[in-house]
Design a protein around this ligand. Sequence first.
Ligand code: FPP
Length: 231
Amino acid sequence: MSKDNKLNHIGFIMDGNGRWATSRGLTRTQGHKEGLKALENLIKVLAEDSSVKQASFYCFSTENWSRPALEVKTIMGLLKDFLQNDIQKLWENSIEVKIKGDLSEKSPFDNNLRSLLLAVNDKKLEEPKLIVNLCINYGGRDEIIRATKTLIAKGLEVTEENLESEILQADLPLDLVVRTSGEQRLSNFLLWQSAYAEFIFTDYHWPDINAEKYAELKDSFFNRDRRFGKV
Ligand code: FPP
């Protein structure tokens, strides 16, 4: 049965880099490196899929800072490398990138990395074929609280519409959230945006995602019956 679903915005909780690596006798660092490769390959696939307009990826949560210092350093190193060496190719391919998360002065990034992240948000493309949101130092509750505080500071009424303009900015509501690696929870990812999202939880780990698995996810999504609270 084919349904009239739209997949404008897809979100990924990229779980299982560590388990992918340890099950192969590799280090967790190698797992994160493979995770980043899988992310970059999937972005290429999504950019060729004209039905998808936005893709959001949970890269690093506000809670992830409490991982062992070496692991945090590794992930931040991969991020810096990605921003310095790889992001240009995405821009050249008409893919706009946004960093969602707390990039304020009080955030724990080092100054150099923080400026690189802020510069990404300054780069706007004319007619992007895909917008990629990278959620880094991100927490869904934190985002809603920061948006509410902004409304209050601006003297605006706290309404759904006003909150959306602050939280979502140009975000579309999420149509589908995919979490790899078997856990069935949202872990503070895009809470507001996922109000009516469909969910898929896969048994495979993040580094194993590829074009074929993405096609399976789409098949499953387009066979769902979405009613948005109606009958
Ligand atoms: C979850 O796997 C993964 C993360 C917390 C980090 C995600 C990072 C990447 C995909 C690479 C970095 C991306 C950028 C843009 C720099 P886990 O470590 O929780 O796996 P486990 O649950 O098996 O231990």
